[in-house]
Every structure is written in structure tokens, then in C-alpha cells.
Write a protein that binds this ligand. Structure first.
Ligand code: NAP
Length: 279
């Protein structure tokens, strides 16, 4: 049996278990994806246990996405660019290789012709946390010309700004606290939890009065996937924008992680179907 896992704290109602279980089924592999709640001071002993028990790899979520890099023997360049690892392959000799599959997931969920239209254009990213970093790297790889980050705390966001300036000299990045002209952006990405199930449900990451003035061919992309249609997506749709929800990103990043763990390409639709059933 192939064993894989998700390490995070707190894990809450993670969808990853059902998505990876569907992936194993779709390629006829006998496998198990365990959800393991790991407090920060237990990361090392948990990793040692996974190695001893022959796990093929694991996903990493908050709060271990930055910390885990110190345990890796080798990592993809994208890990450095995004400043985070979300997928670790354990080799048969115990060596660990790190990847960031969120960047791939974010990109794949945008139809190719829409991606092509973003070359040289301006992007607006709402938020400056871990997901915003992966989004920023993906946007750079799509060759957008400018990225503005709408942030609530300039001091906290300065690390992201620095990371972008040091790594990507050809992409203009700036931190903003108000949106002067929304019509200049070809893509607007919500990378905050605003709109998510729980205390944030129904909340908008950007006022509707601002969103209303966006161009009709602008992409409104919400990383939040629960609910499937957030207030941001619903309002954007009403204003005639092209919308993308967070579920496809989640499933694509899982598809890539599964391939890293097992070497097999699982069926995206079957994985998504399982996630939809769960939601
Ligand atoms: P994070 O590292 O905690 O960052 C959250 C960001 O949102 C921070 O910039 C934070 O600002 C900002 N924020 C939080 N509450 C806010 C509020 N009330 N008003 C304005 N800004 C607020 O979280 P993350 O990992 O980046 O995740 C962000 C969202 O993306 C979550 O909803 C997560 O579920 C989703 N996500 C989805 C996928 C997917 O595959 N679809 C993947 C990753 C993440 P401060 O820095 O000022 O605190």
C-alpha cells in the first residue's frame, strides 16, 4: 500500500483526504492519504515516523509550509520563489525533495487562452499571505507586466514585496492600500480568507462599488473554495466578469502532488467530483 499524508495544524475539515482517495481509485492503486494534525514542535518526530513507516510523501499546510524547508535535501526553485513548500516526496533512502504545487494549481485553473491574454497586463492580488506568494509567482510565470498587492498592513507585506523585487526584476510589483483605478487590471485575485465558510462567509475582499468599474473581460479569481460561489464571485458574475473559483486550483495542486508521490497521473474530473460530493 502507498502511504501519503497531509501535515497541518489545525487541520479542520480538509478536503485533501477525499481528493487523494479518489486519485488512488482513479489509477487503481492501493493507497491511503492520512490527515495528521501536527503541532509545530512535533514536526520533526512526525516526519521521522513517516520515514520509518515507509510513506511515499506528504503535503504540508499551515503552519509548516515555511518551516519544513529546513528538513529538505533538495527542492524545486519554485519553493524559493514562493517562500513555501506544500509537497514533499520521501525517497526510498529517506531523502526528502520539496515542491510547491500551488503555483501549478493556480495556473492550470485558468484556461490557456485567458492566460495568453494576461501577457504584459496588470494584476491585482488581494492579500499578502502564503497563497498570495504562490499566486504572484504564477502570475510572473504567465508574464504579467505588473502586480499590485492590496494589503492591510504594509509592514507585514514588506517581506513579500522584497521577495518579488529580488527574484523578479522584470515584473513591477507594488503594495497598495486603496484601489485607484480598477479598470487597469486584467485579473483580480482574492488571496484572503474573506468570503470563506465560517466567520468570513458573505464578506467581500473588495467593495462592490469598486468591482463594478472593472472591465468586462477581467478575470475575477477567488482562491476560496468553500462555498463554491463566494460573495466576491457572485458579485463579479453579476457585473459580467469572468469568474474562477478556488476548487479547481485545489484539485490541480493535489493532482500534481499525487504524481510526485506515486509517479501516476490521476483523473482530475474524478478527484473534483469527489470534492464536490464532500462539499
Ligand atoms: P494566510 O497566509 O493566513 O494569509 C491571509 C491573507 O489574508 C493575509 O494577507 C492577511 O492579511 C489577509 N487577511 C486576513 N483576514 C483579512 C481581513 N479581515 N481583511 C483583509 N485582509 C485579511 O492564508 P493563505 O494561506 O494565504 O490563504 C488565503 C486564502 O486562500 C484562504 O482562504 C485559503 O483557504 C485559500 N487558499 C486556497 C487554495 C486553493 O487551492 N484554492 C490554496 C491556498 C490557499 P495580514 O497579512 O495583514 O494578516
Amino acid at each position: 500500500m502507498i502511504k501519503t499524508a497531509l501535515l497541518g495544524h489545525p487541520l479542520g475539515h480538509s478536503l485533501s483526504g477525499v481528493i487523494h482517495t479518489a486519485a488512488f481509485k482513479s489509477v487503481n492503486l492501493d493507497g491511503k492519504y492520512e490527515l495528521i494534525d501536527v503541532a509545530p514542535n512535533k514536526l520533526d518526530e512526525t516526519i521521522e515516523r513517516l520515514k520509518k513507516e515507509g510513506f511515499a510523501g506528504f503535503n504540508v499546510t499551515i503552519p509548516h509550509k515555511v518551516e519544513v524547508k529546513g528538513r529538505l535535501q533538495l527542492w524545486d526553485m519554485l519553493v524559493d520563489y514562493a517562500g513555501a513548500t506544500n509537497c514533499v516526496k520521501i525517497k526510498p533512502d529517506g531523502a526528502m525533495y520539496g515542491y510547491n504545487t500551488d503555483i501549478y494549481g493556480f495556473t492550470e485553473a485558468i484556461p490557456v487562452e485567458k492566460r495568453d491574454n494576461l501577457v504584459g497586463k496588470k494584476a491585482l492580488v488581494l492579500g499578502n499571505g502564503g497563497a498570495a506568494r504562490a499566486v504572484a509567482v504564477a502570475l510572473v510565470m504567465m508574464k504579467v507586466g505588473n502586480i499590485d498587492f492590496l494589503v492591510r498592513n504594509l509592514e507585514k507585506a514588506s517581506a513579500l514585496h522584497e521577495l518579488m523585487q529580488n527574484n523578479f526584476k522584470n515584473t513591477c510589483c507594488q503594495l497598495i492600500q486603496t484601489v485607484a483605478d480598477i479598470s487597469q487590471y486584467s485579473i483580480i485575485v482574492n488571496a484572503t480568507p474573506l468570503g470563506m465558510f465560517g466567520e468570513n462567509v458573505g464578506k467581500m475582499p473588495l467593495a462592490a462599488s469598486i468591482l463594478e468599474k472593472a472591465n468586462k473581460d477581467t478575470i475575477a479569481y477567488d482562491l476560496v473554495y468553500n462555498p463554491l460561489e463566494t460573495a466576491f464571485l457572485k458579485t463579479s458574475k453579476e457585473f459580467g466578469l469572468y469568474t474562477i473559483g478556488g476548487l479547481d486550483m485545489l484539485v490541480y495542486q493535489a493532482q500534481k502532488a499525487f504524481k510526485i508521490f506515486t509517479g501516476k497521473q490521476p483523473d482530475f474530473e474524478k478527484m473534483k467530483e469527489a470534492a464536490l460530493k464532500f462539499l
